[in-house]
Design a protein around this ligand. Structure first.
Ligand code: SIN
Length: 372
């Protein structure tokens, strides 16, 4: 269209189409307005105003909101699969308005740094193990590390899916973090290069643990020497002999190939390892409310998915460890297991003040601990 040229009914439609296809950059929009003001045509200005009103939607299409979701485990673990599933749901349900970038295997941050990265907004979502929240100053999450406190997933879910779980999540808010859900992994096995059957077998063993004072107490109660190391460093430390043994659910043991550098794996189920899915609070509150609702729905579905696959995934990993023939599997007798439980009970006593006796009692009420 030339300056001073009139919009006739016949060229109206084609000018409208041209204008829409031309509006790709702000510069083009401004050029279009200038041109039309020059033409002095009211109709054309109305069309431009209409097109400008649509521009935010066009821009949102072009530049989706990115959620960086960092985690430290392999993709083929319960957490790895659940975060990929969450990505799939969110991208589909928002029609591409949200892009979820999942970074597994400590590719972006290891577990020492990821909490800080979340608080600073360098990543938007994480699902750290519950044993790592004391690093944020929320020691109460270590209640989940207390040995033998949960006998099974049902007992655990009474806590994670009930008022205690919600109360714990609320404690993250002052830290600039919003808690979304609890995702299961599973019950831990103990591994080393010597058979661990009785508490005496732990004497002098350097055991890699997550950074939790409860796990520290648990290992000391057994006579071992605990060493807190990031997950990303665990395999190497076992391989080089910097540490002698460790604990983890079979899914983590197998996918990190720890069983290849550990001669013995004891099926103790002595403690639970699971996750809190968390998001940077400022980011979360700044999202359009329709997007937030979609994300909440996707988290709900991804949580169901995670908690449905966790046990099966751990059973399959354990079967794969057995099949590999790299580690010998040790099964404890009921009596041996009771001995572990009795010895590790010291970790409960030692951490009453740290975690809060009230909270521990509330959890005992749900789970029936102690029952030996
Ligand atoms: C994880 O499952 O996220 C890591 C657990 C660990 O550090 O042992």
């Amino acid at each position: 269209m030339q300056p001073n040229e009139c919009l006739s009914p016949t060229n109206w439609k084609s000018e409208f189409t041209k204008l829409f296809s031309a509006i790709k950059t702000e510069k083009t929009i401004i050029d279009s307005i200038t041109m039309m003001i020059g033409a002095g045509r009211l109709t054309t200005l109305i069309i431009t105003a209409f097109a400008l009103a649509l521009t935010p939607a066009l821009t949102a299409q072009a530049a989706p909101i990115v959620i960086k979701f960092s985690h430290v485990v392999a993709q083929n673990t319960p957490k790895g699969k659940a975060s990929d599933y969450f990505k799939k749901l969110v991208e589909k349900r928002t029609g591409g308005r949200i892009k979820v970038e999942v970074y597994p295997n400590s590719r972006l941050y290891n577990d020492k740094d990821e909490m800080e990265a979340l608080q600073l907004g360098a990543v938007q979502m994480l699902a750290p193990s519950l044993a790592k929240f004391a690093q944020l100053g929320v020691k109460e999450f270590e209640v989940f590390d207390l040995p033998f406190i949960f006998d099974n997933y049902q007992e655990l879910h009474k806590v994670t899916q009930g008022p205690i779980g919600a109360k714990l999540m609320a404690r993250l808010e002052p830290k600039g973090i919003h808690g979304l859900a609890y995702w299961d992994n599973g019950f831990k096995v103990m591994s080393a290069n010597k058979p661990l059957k009785a508490p005496e077998d732990f004497k002098g063993q350097k055991m890699r643990i997550q950074p939790s004072m409860v796990l520290d107490s648990q290992m000391r109660a057994m006579g071992a020497s605990p060493q807190a190391l990031p997950f990303s460093e665990a395999y190497k430390a076992l391989q080089t002999g910097d540490v002698d043994g460790t604990e983890n659910p079979p899914s983590n043991l197998y996918t990190q190939k720890m069983h290849e550098v550990q001669k013995y794996v004891t099926l103790s189920d002595h403690g639970y390892l699971g996750y809190a899915v968390i998001v940077n609070k400022k980011f979360w509150n700044g999202l359009p409310s329709d997007i937030r609702s979609i994300l909440e729905g996707a988290i709900k579905d991804a949580t169901k998915y995670a908690n449905n696959i966790a046990k099966k995934d751990n059973d399959e990993s354990l079967a794969a460890v057995k099949k590999s023939g790299k580690s010998r599997i040790i099964t404890l007798t009921a009596q041996e297991r009771a001995q572990w439980k009795k010895t590790m009970d010291k970790a409960h006593k030692d951490n009453m003040r740290r975690i809060g006796a009230g909270l521990i009692m509330e959890v005992y009420k749900e789970t029936g601990y102690p029952s030996y």
